[in-house]
Design a protein around this ligand. Structure first.
Ligand code: GLC
Length: 605
């Protein structure tokens, strides 16, 4: 198979790809990979900045791989787009959706670069947010493919915040979907798929196939053999350049969740049905479902493999990853097209769903009752029938928890390992457990009860604490390695992250308690725009803008927008949540009735 020009260029760059994506190989012909010349494309301002730094560059000419050229999707005359928009407008009852998603010729990507949004007088926080979100859009060969992590014009050293992060794009993508702007989400899904599992290496080792990058950047590089020409390439970072070299386990899981949301919102199922998309999805699943040494159904990951991408003592089986994993498994099951050879994968997926929900619901849950049980645990129980299966020493119960746990309410702990329960409350993991129905209905309500009763700790002056409480003193030294960015009540160490507002809103709407989210949105609105949309806030009550917080952080902007849009049209939140699965529920109650032995057998995949 021939190598695309962009691809060849990357082969010559230091630290560049050593292989190519099997998902894309499946589908692409030689010509299709070569891409088309597009002299009209408009690079975004950041790409141009990069371009200007290249010495000896005389003119700007792009050589691009357009996603539809690459994959040769049969788009027909684009009528599905119009149908989809009509459907979406019906769902949202919003006549203004009409025409939003479709380029002038009705095609999604047919060279129709949307003109910049009209500059209207900013009349409200929401309008300002929408305008800023539009400005954060990153273009590749003239088409929008994502949003930049932070877009502060006064930041002279953006580090990697000038990249498109997969996890950061999710609220942006949802905001665009809810506004009927489907093109950018579709492009994002297909372009990141192209980046999946290229064999990037770190010290001669490459990550598992199916890994999605943490982020990517549009780079403009000189075209080989032509001094006057440049081309744009997408350069992914799988963690080999990221601080701490962390592998982004959550990227692929979020990608699957966004793919489903795209289909549900736009009505366009042709993306998820594509062979390359199906293959990409299977590769993520295979990577997650692969056998290892583990005894637990939860995914075993290193520290920093999710939103908290630094050392914070969450290696092992952190809740956030488990909730996203569960959600992605359910979303993928809905989208996988049945075919020969996929039966084993579906079987493994179903078994894992059952085992995972049992494990989390049973062993991660704490409330007043459970705390009393743990406090009186016997230890060193050798047997199949042990009550204290993980050999938890009651002395581990943190003093803060005894004071903190409310009489009504409960939550899933942050992590569970042999002789170790991390009792910290992690917001995203708990919220996404509600959204994905990993939590039972009772547990879901209890989590929201806890958020309500601990409002001054978790919401205070800016929603929402990433976790609670902070690691302090000796614990901070040992667990974070004395990380100066993660000092107590700052950043990942119990800082407050406005982006979490959107996940809170989806969870509240799902449980029919939108008033909680509405209250949190009101709190955010008091400061967020005046403070220039910070990435995070510091101190126990979130009173100060984070010490090293970026400003104009896109997922703070998009998170707020999604929360607002969903509160106005709560039905639209369905594109994100998973209903309780009757089969899983059945399997769990049957297993419970039959006793532990059957349960054990059922779980061997
Ligand atoms: C920080 C956050 C991470 C986010 C990235 C870009 O590293 O911890 O979750 O994706 O910034 O905003």
């Amino acid at each position: 198979m021939g190598m695309g020009i962009a691809e060849m260029a990357l082969h010559t760059m230091p630290g560049a790809f050593a292989g190519r994506s099997p998902a894309s190989n499946l589908f692409l012909g030689t010509d299709a990979r070569r891409g088309k010349r597009n002299t009209n494309s408009v690079p975004n301002s950041r790409a141009l900045q990069g371009l200007l730094k290249i010495p000896g560059l005389r003119s700007v000419r792009q050589q691009c791989q357009r996603i539809d050229d690459l994959a040769r999707v049969t788009e027909g005359n684009g009528t599905w787009v119009k149908d989809a928009v009509n459907k979406a407008s019906q769902v949202f009852g919003d006549a203004t959706l009409q025409g939003h998603a479709v380029g002038g010729d009705g095609s999604l990507n047919g060279g129709a670069v949307k003109p910049p949004p009209q500059r209207w007088k900013v009349s409200s926080i929401e309008d300002e947010a929408w305008e800023l979100l539009q400005e954060s859009m990153v273009h590749y060969c003239g088409s929008p493919v994502g949003t930049i992590a932070a877009n502060d014009p006064n930041d002279s050293d953006p580090v990697n915040y000038d990249q498109v992060f997969i996890r950061d794009f999710i609220p942006s993508g949802i905001a665009f979907l809810l506004k009927g702007e489907y093109e950018i989400v579709r492009n994002f899904i297909l372009h990141t798929l192209q980046l999946q599992s290229w064999e990037k290496t770190m010290d001669c080792h490459s990550p598992g196939q199916g890994l999605m990058p943490a982020s990517f950047k549009v780079r403009t590089i000189p075209l080989d053999g032509d001094d006057d020409a440049t081309e744009e390439v997408l350069d992914p970072d799988f963690g080999e350049a990221a601080i701490g070299r962390v592998a982004p386990v959550d990227s692929g899981l979020w990608w699957i969740i966004l793919l489903r949301a795209y289909g549900k919102c736009s009505g366009d199922l042709s993306v998820q049905e594509r062979i390359d998309v199906q293959t990409g999805m299977k590769m993520i699943l295979k990577l997650c479902l692969a056998d290892g040494f583990d005894m637990f159904p939860t995914l075993l990951v290193t520290d920093g493999s999710c939103m908290i991408d630094r050392r914070m003592g969450i290696h092992g089986h952190p809740l956030e990853i488990q909730a996203l994993f569960y959600s992605a498994l359910l979303c993928a099951r809905e989208m996988l097209t049945p075919e020969d050879g996929s039966a084993d994968l579906i079987r493994a997926l179903n078994n894992r769903l059952i085992a995972l929900s049992f494990h989390i619901r049973e062993y991660y849950w704490v409330d007043m009752k459970k705390l009393n049980e743990i406090y009186r645990y016997k230890t060193e129980e050798y047997s199949y029938d042990a009550v204290n299966k993980f050999n938890i020493y009651p002395d581990q119960i943190s003093p803060w928890l005894v004071e903190w746990i409310p009489p009504k309410g409960g939550y899933f702990i942050g992590n569970l390992q042999p002789a170790h329960m991390d009792f910290r409350f992690f917001s995203l993991g708990n919220l996404w457990s509600i959204v994905s129905s990993l939590a039972t209905t009772h547990q879901s309500h209890a989590i929201l009860d806890l958020i309500e009763s601990k409002w001054s700790d978790l919401v205070a002056e800016m929603p929402l604490k990433i976790c609670y409480p902070a690691l302090e003193n000796q614990e901070w030294k040992i667990i974070t390695g004395s990380d100066p960015k993660n000092t107590p009540w700052s950043y990942h160490n119990a800082g407050s992250w406005p982006t979490l507002l959107w996940q809170l809103t989806v969870a509240c709407i799902k449980m029919n308690r939108p008033d909680i989210a509405a209250k949190a949105i009101e709190v955010a609105e008091r400061r967020i725009a005046t403070d220039k949309w910070p990435e995070y806030y510091d101190t126990k009550r979130a009173r100060l803008i984070g010490k090293q917080s970026r400003l104009y952080q896109t997922w703070s902007i998009a998170g707020y927008l999604v929360a607002k849009l969903l509160i106005e049209k709560p039905d639209a939140a369905r594109i994100l949540w998973n209903d309780e699965d009757a089969e899983i529920l059945n399997a769990l109650s049957t297993n419970k009735k039959r006793g532990k032995k059957v349960l054990k057998k059922t779980f061997i995949v």
